[in-house]
Design a protein around this ligand. Structure first.
Ligand code: NDP
Length: 282
């Protein structure tokens, strides 16, 4: 990857820009609007939002005000946990499009899997949500469909359907690598996206990461983003700070050598969010 417009190719041959701009916890209103605009001005062409972030209207407005043609952008949203099932997913999709002021989405994801911990019929619930996503995909209203926070046992049933997930967006950063899910996805042609590629800021003070970053004359944030890309995983860094938005895109002028990749890979678990898909209570 050499620039923000370079793409990973998904199993349906669609290209997806290699770094996405994250918007979780970005306050609705002026902050969301101006930071999305700043990201697009800095060259990002991939925006990641969700109904649950409560900022789709301002994200959509920022996109419009950027003046960039809709078809040059890749916009993702997600169906929230309370809207699972065929009918509710259809309605949630309509609302998201209305809020974003768009007539199609580049990608729509199931935000979290229904799990055994909360539902007896968890597999059926995931399948009925997926059925709605598949219909919207076949009708051309969504270009790419996928999931988020799905582990192999959640993905299994969906892999036997007519259109299988193209993307899985999971927590992935130094200190949280989810090896089993990543290798299942790679073996099944599912592109992995990294949420919290900077560990939501928690890992930026780590001494080892600082030492490695210094060697390349880069920040720890840039190191984490580059490390994701070199694992063929698509990072979604979030910032509302214009200088950081630009900094997080300046990751194409260095390459981490094999030793440093391995050093980061072997750091063990730290800095994770602790949100396990089978244990969450939301
Ligand atoms: P990140 O790992 O991207 O970290 C964001 C935090 O790091 C913010 O506090 C930000 O501060 C700070 N930061 C950003 N860049 C820098 C920098 N260069 N130097 C120092 N600090 C920096 O966090 P997120 O948890 O937001 O994850 C990224 C995106 O992934 C989300 O926004 C969302 O789109 C997606 N996501 C998806 C989830 C899912 O369940 N599917 C769950 C969580 C996230 P500031 O903004 O103040 O500059």
């Amino acid at each position: 990857m050499r620039s923000l417009t370079d793409t990973f190719t998904l199993k349906n041959k669609m290209g997806i820009p290699c770094i996405g701009y994250g918007t979780w916890k970005t306050p609705d209103g002026d902050t969301a609007l101006s930071s999305v605009k700043a990201a697009i001005e800095s060259g990002y062409r991939h925006i990641d939002t969700a109904a649950a972030y409560g900022n789709e209207s301002s994200v959509g407005e920022g996109i419009i005000q950027s003046g960039i043609a809709r078809d040059e952008l890749f916009v993702t949203s997600k169906v929230w946990n309370t809207e699972r099932g065929y009918d509710k997913t259809m309605k949630a999709f309509e609302k998201t499009c209305k809020d974003l002021k768009m007539d199609y989405l580049d990608m729509y994801l199931i935000h979290w899997p229904a799990s055994q911990h909360q539902f007896e019929n968890w597999e059926e619930l995931n399948l009925s949500t997926w059925k709605a996503m598949t219909e919207l995909y076949k009708a051309g209203k969504i270009k790419v469909i996928g999931v988020s926070n799905f582990m192999p046992h959640h993905l299994k049933a969906l892999m036997e359907t007519e259109v299988t997930p193209m993307v899985d967006q999971i927590e992935f950063h130094p200190g949280c690598m989810q090896d089993e899910t990543v290798s299942y996805c790679k073996n099944n042609g599912i592109q992995v996206e990294a949420w919290s590629p900077l560990g939501n800021g928690r890992i930026l003070e780590d001494f080892t990461l600082q030492e490695i970053a210094q060697k390349y004359g880069k920040s720890v944030a840039q190191l984490c983003i580059r490390w994701c890309l070199q694992h063929d995983i698509l990072p979604l860094p979030k910032s509302v700070t214009p200088s950081r938005i630009r900094e997080n895109a300046e990751v194409f002028d260095f390459i981490l050598d094999e030793n440093d990749m391995e050093r980061i890979d072997s750091m063990g678990n730290f800095g994770g969010s602790g949100s396990h898909p089978d244990k969450i209570d939301f």
